[in-house]
Unconditional design. Structure first.
Length: 298
């Protein structure tokens, strides 16, 4: 009887083993092909033909970057795609949980970015550059690959703008102007200078910085005091407070606005007209970008 029971037990084990073999024994080193598309419908609105969109894709696993890829996007080919799901690249990934982080900015060459992008958890601006030609786009996608997932998968990175931009205008008297008018903006509070693509948040700020803008330009009947882009938390609004001083090439302070404030919103541009007091040339203007770097987690 014992021999008969033992044979029956062995037969059941063989059935279970065969069933498991039918379902497959998963190889932990199995690599899965992931085709990554980018949804970038507003990417090609840039009018500057001297620069091209440059993309960086980072793969995060267990909070560590395990891959990074960078390349230029061919705009001529991308414009012909109707749904704007542009094929960015193909990845080979193991099973498990991953995050795909992506960043797009505009460059003339690989080594000429405005943004510092070695680490997409802390993208930074080069503070010595000012102006409006700073368009950039970010995307993040959590991606889980199961052991029984198809060998080839397709995923889409939905890009958005992590920036808000502003232009400040004012009225100036023609007789008080010269070719080297300079505006100095003194920000009150914290000015974000680093952006984490994974969390969609600003992660570092300058405390009470002062920034200098040379070459005030006239546009129609107004003068552009300054234009700039700032990092913004995804989907959030923020207020900006500052004082403005305008001086001429002799070092004299000509106009001053001690306090102005306005709201900024991610992916939007605002134009603010500033009323400035005429101070003559009684003071001296000087200084470059200043401010202490503070790490601020909002």
């Amino acid at each position: 009887m014992k021999i008969r029971n033992m044979c029956g037990y062995i037969f059941i084990l063989l059935l279970v083993s065969c069933h498991q073999k039918d379902e497959g024994i998963y190889d932990p080193d199995q690599s899965y092909k992931v085709v990554v598309n980018g949804i970038i419908d507003s990417l090609f609105e840039n009018d500057n033909t001297d620069v091209l969109p440059h993309c960086i894709v980072s793969v995060i696993r267990n909070n560590v970057e395990v891959q990074q890829h960078s390349f230029f996007i061919e705009t001529t080919a991308a414009r012909s795609i109707k749904d704007m799901k542009y094929p960015l690249l193909e990845l080979n990934l193991p099973s498990g949980e991953h995050y795909l982080l992506a960043w797009i900015d505009y460059r003339i060459t690989e080594d000429s970015p405005y943004y510092i992008t070695e680490n997409l958890r802390s993208v930074r601006m080069k503070s010595e550059v000012a102006g409006m030609d700073k368009k950039a786009y970010a995307a993040v996608l959590p991606l889980t690959i199961f052991p029984d997932s198809p060998i080839e998968q397709i995923c889409n990175l939905d890009f958005y703008s992590p920036l808000s931009s502003y232009t400040l205008t004012t009225d100036l008297k023609e007789e008080s102007l010269d070719e080297r008018m300079t505006a100095i903006l003194t920000y009150k509070g914290y000015l974000p200078i680093a952006y984490d693509v994974l969390s969609g948040r600003c992660v570092a700020s300058l405390a009470n910085p002062t920034m200098r803008y040379d070459g005030i330009q006239k546009e129609r009947d107004k003068y552009i005091v300054a234009s700039d882009c700032l990092f913004m938390n995804k989907g959030k609004t923020s207020s900006l407070d500052m004082g403005i001083t305008i001086g001429n090439s002799k070092g004299g302070i000509v106009y001053h606005a001690p306090s102005i404030s306005f709201s900024l919103e991610a992916a939007r541009h605002i134009t603010k007209h500033v009323e400035m007091a005429d101070l003559g040339e009684s003071n001296i203007i000087d200084g470059e970008i200043t401010g202490e770097i503070d790490i601020i987690i909002n």
